[in-house]
Design a protein around this ligand. Structure first.
Ligand code: ADP
Ligand code: TRP
Length: 333
């Protein structure tokens, strides 16, 4: 297997992807994106925009195109460094579709039928297409094609990672030990960022705070975070969405100060929300500036993605070669 050495240290291959299925939000940022950006400093980081996956729930070509470049631009603006990482668009390395097919023959229908994310999507009214059903096999191929060892995700992806492990083990038992079995990486502080209504923040629940929304949009969203009816002069419960979202931006001391505000009469929810709004704007200010730059220099983004896809394709081939060999797809003597 390809291993990357720097100064004699073996770097871990950290890999994750995100769907370009709408505006990226604070749940995506703290659950996955900021962690990936942090990991690029001391790991061999692979990160990609999964546009094939997005097609399972969105069949509008113009919108997919727009969302894909937007998601890539947003990730770069937040600090993804194409020199320190391998960053690309999933469909630019179509070998993933080949591996998906190969993996599908060692995956039982029962495993897919147990998928809670699939069942949730049907319950939300999505059409039961085959792509939606076999979504986890494509995700397994994403990871196994590059020998991903550590996969940073939010808690909602835990079952998909377990399925990836099952599929890799099943392949290795059937054909020989070729695939790397990955480990999920779920951070307990950020695994489930609450949305405006206290449920999991998610595009599909329409309860998000978008990272790159307009100032007005973000202000409106923050002001609409659901709170109880405690008045200015009452003690407030810290077990709520407002406290939990605000905490994401604070260190240990900051959280103690925020808890003091909740526990001391005199500060209303409105004032705390106004403070959260300016904290969010200050935190993302440099990233918003970078994003405006990239939006006006799309060609630079295309170049970065092309470079990333070339690097990713070389690694994909190095993992596919033994797969084609052990499965007999390479039929030449
Ligand atoms: P959404 O639920 O909004 O459609 P995605 O499924 O595209 O989000 O998630 C992309 C990444 O962000 C995944 O790793 C996912 O686990 C993480 N993520 C999404 N929402 C949250 C959340 N509320 N808290 C923590 N992580 C999240
Ligand atoms: N299923 C993931 C999500 O909805 C996205 C994804 C696709 C992914 N391929 C991946 C995540 C590979 C990690 C690794 O968020």
């Amino acid at each position: 297997m390809a291993a990357v050495f720097i100064y004699g240290i073996i770097l871990k291959r950290v890999l994750s992807g995100i769907q370009p299925s709408g505006q990226l939000h604070l749940g995506n940022y703290f659950g996955m994106m900021s962690r990936m950006i942090h990991y690029q400093e001391e790991n061999d980081l692979f990160c990609f925009i999964v546009n094939y996956h997005a097609m399972t729930s969105m069949q509008d070509g113009a919108l997919l195109k727009e969302n894909t470049i937007r998601a890539a631009t947003d990730f770069l603006s937040l600090g993804m460094d194409p020199e320190k990482s391998t960053f690309w668009i999933q469909s630019d390395v179509p070998q993933v579709a080949e591996l998906t097919w190969i993996l599908s023959v060692v995956t039982s229908v029962g495993l897919m039928e147990r998928g809670t994310s699939y069942k949730d999507k049907l319950a939300k009214g999505l059409k039961a297409n085959m792509g939606l059903f076999s979504y986890p096999i494509l995700m397994a191929a994403d990871i196994l094609l590059f020998g991903g060892e550590i996969v940073p995700v939010g808690k909602d992806q835990k079952q998909h990672l377990e399925m990836t492990r099952d599929i890799a083990i099943s392949f290795n038992q059937t054909f020989g030990e070729v695939l790397v079995v990955p480990e999920p990486d779920i951070d307990k502080d950020t695994q489930l960022v609450p949305g405006l209504d206290g449920q999991k923040m998610s595009k599909s629940y329409k309860n998000t705070i978008p990272i790159f929304g307009s100032e007005n949009e973000i202000k409106k969203k923050v002001m609409s975070i659901v709170t109880d009816s405690s008045g200015v002069n009452e003690i407030k419960n810290t077990d709520c969405a407002l406290f939990n979202i605000f905490s994401l931006f604070l260190d240990e001391n900051g959280r103690v100060d925020l808890a003091d505000k909740f526990n001391t009469p005199g500060t209303g929810y409105g004032a705390i929300k106004a403070e959260l709004f300016s904290t969010i704007m200050d935190y993302f200010k440099p990233f918003r500036e970078k994003q405006s730059y990239y939006v006006q220099h799309c060609d630079e983004v295309y170049e970065i993605l092309k470079y990333g896809a070339e690097k990713a394709a070389a690694v994909a081939e190095s993992f596919l070669t033994p797969v084609r060999e052990v499965t007999g797809l390479n039929y030449k003597a």
